[in-house]
Design a protein around this ligand. Structure first.
Ligand code: B12
Ligand code: SF4
Length: 457
């Protein structure tokens, strides 16, 4: 349905719906209150909210604000009929402050995103309506109710729309901000959604259940071509926002084979088991891959079993790294500490693995039970704080069974300082020409050497 097709223009040149002025939306990406890195430097374009804005602008006038890049939410919101805000756990407190302000000014306030989807009752205290799940599934009902000003409290996406129904995100919406240069130049794109693996610490299985959807390869290629045209060059850099792009290997291979002809560059999260087959990194390189992010999570078999990550086979970690490096693709390796299975030895073993395998970007996080997951229910009597600002995966959440707080934090900082010491960087990077990988490592060095244990509590 195209509402734009039936719009007219008023005396000020503003579009109207059959003579009725279009309602105005303010769409907000809040900046989290955490001081730890997540919203600093260049930030990625928020594809989730861009999808919301692209759909909403068919029927409404839309202003888009991303606080992370320096856009400022006006104090006076009277110009807007609807204020729509997205939230993850780490920025939800900020979202609630903005939502409360908008409610106090009589605006209709809609909250959506991962945290409101998982914590509906809490979110309802700060808004007119909560959207549970994807906007695509409930849009027609929501749009009609806004036009009539008869909003329901909850809009629940009962089904998952096929991904081929996804609209092409309109990037003009976010690039018109005067602060747009703070966005990373890697353009977000989606090929699949969902992940049936079911790791205990992850929200994806809770948000998407066991459903795994893929988009038709032609649609993805079309979207890439659109960006090439828009940017006037072939070597556009894409960042896949998928939960697990390789869950159906045949699909991934088909996509990469098509991408070979485009001349783009790309990076993505990927399950490590997919990289066990050498032809996959080869195909990845041929199609323009520069960086793959792999959730190694831990080098301890006990921990991998504890988190339920069946796709990780520890005895094959080294082979996966070798296959990837052979193709000149850099690895961002994610490691989580703080599970009950962890000991001081876990830090040493992880350090050895990283240094021996020369992982380019190790990322260390602290095990965080996110509210709304089963794991949170299991752990909540041990969790030390319920201030959502601290749910950035860099804060101490509970005392692991085999490590008391001081020792845990000391080791957590020590491994980062060693891996990102100038010597550690040199050892991991030697032989590599000076490029962006070095640059990011030096930035990490600078950041990590400012961290103190008390900042993580
Ligand atoms: C890609 C991704 C990233 C990327 C890009 C993030 C970005 N700028 O968008 C990067 C790598 C940068 C990243 C970083 C982090 N991430 Co991340 N990330 C994801 C991932 C895999 C996909 C998100 C996505 O874009 N999906 C595609 C979009 C189109 O779909 P969607 O998000 O479902 O959006 C739809 C609906 O939610 C709804 N909707 C969303 N907002 C709104 C708002 C309104 C008003 C309405 C009506 C509807 C609506 O409609 C949308 C369109 O269909 C998710 C997993 C997941 N499935 O959510 C984790 C996830 C969101 N990340 C997570 C975490 C923890 C982080 C980090 C803290 C990790 C870290 N330590 O660095 C940082 C925080 C960054 C930040 N400032 O938010 C957690 C969040 C958990 C939670 N409860 O908050 C998730 C859920 C993964 C997990 N571990 O469970 N992430
Ligand atoms: S494999 Fe990745 S996306 Fe899938 S459940 Fe585990 S952590 Fe989440």
């Amino acid at each position: 349905m195209s509402v734009m097709a039936s719009t007219q223009t008023n005396v000020n040149g503003m579009p109207t719906n059959h003579g009725v002025p279009r309602k105005r939306w303010l769409i907000i990406q809040p900046k989290s209150n955490t001081p730890l890195m997540v919203d600093s430097g260049k930030v990625s374009m928020p594809l989730n909210l861009l999808m919301v804005a692209t759909i909403a602008q068919r029927s409404f006038d839309v202003d888009f604000i991303d606080e992370r890049i320096g856009d400022v939410v006006p104090q006076d919101l009277s110009a807007y009929d609807v204020v729509a805000i997205t939230a993850r756990t780490l920025n939800v407190n900020k979202a609630y402050v903005l939502a409360d302000r908008a409610l106090a000014q009589g605006r209709r306030v809609i909250l959506g995103g991962v945290h409101p989807t998982m914590m509906i009752d809490e979110a309802l205290q700060h808004c007119t309506s909560v959207v549970v799940g994807e906007i695509e599934s409930i849009w027609h009902e929501l749009e009609r109710d806004i036009q009539r000003d008869q909003l329901k409290r909850v809009y629940r996406a009962e089904r998952f729309e096929p991904m081929n129904h996804m609209v092409h995100p309109d990037f003009d919406i976010i690039t018109r901000s005067k602060h747009a240069s703070r966005y990373s130049n890697r353009l977000p794109i989606l090929a699949t959604k969902g992940c049936p693996v079911g790791c205990s610490f992850c929200c994806a299985p809770k948000v998407y259940g066991k459903v795994y959807r893929t988009r038709e390869v032609d649609y993805i290629i079309d979207e890439m071509k659109y960006h090439q045209q828009r940017n006037g060059r072939a070597d556009v850099h894409f960042s896949f926002m998928d939960d697990n792009i390789a869950f159906r290997p045949a699909f991934m291979e088909e996509l990469l084979n098509e991408m070979i002809h485009l001349g783009v560059r790309w990076n993505s999260n990927i399950s490590m088991n997919f990289l066990e087959k050498p032809h996959i990194p080869e195909l990845a390189r041929a199609s323009g891959c520069e960086l793959l992010s792999v959730g190694f999570e831990s080098v301890s078999p006990e921990t991998i079993k504890y988190v339920g990550k069946g796709s990780n086979r520890i005895h094959r970690y080294g082979m996966v790294v070798e296959n990837t490096h052979k193709q000149g693709i850099a690895l961002q390796g994610y490691f989580i500490f703080g599970f009950d299975t962890d000991t001081e030895q876990s830090f040493q073993d992880t350090y050895d693995f990283i240094m021996q395998n020369r992982i380019e970007f190790p990322v260390f996080t602290i095990a965080t039970p996110f509210p709304g997951t089963d794991w949170f229910e299991e752990m909540k009597h041990r969790v030390v704080h319920f201030n959502w600002d601290k749910y950035d995966t860099f804060h101490y959440m509970y005392q692991p069974a085999r490590l008391e707080q001081e020792r845990f934090l000391k080791n957590f900082l020590k491994i980062q300082r060693e891996v990102y010491s100038l010597k550690g960087i040199y050892q991991r990077m030697r032989g590599r020409s000076l490029d962006w990988v070095w640059g990011v490592n030096l930035a990490m060095h600078h950041f990590i050497y400012q961290l103190k244990p008390e900042m993580l509590i």
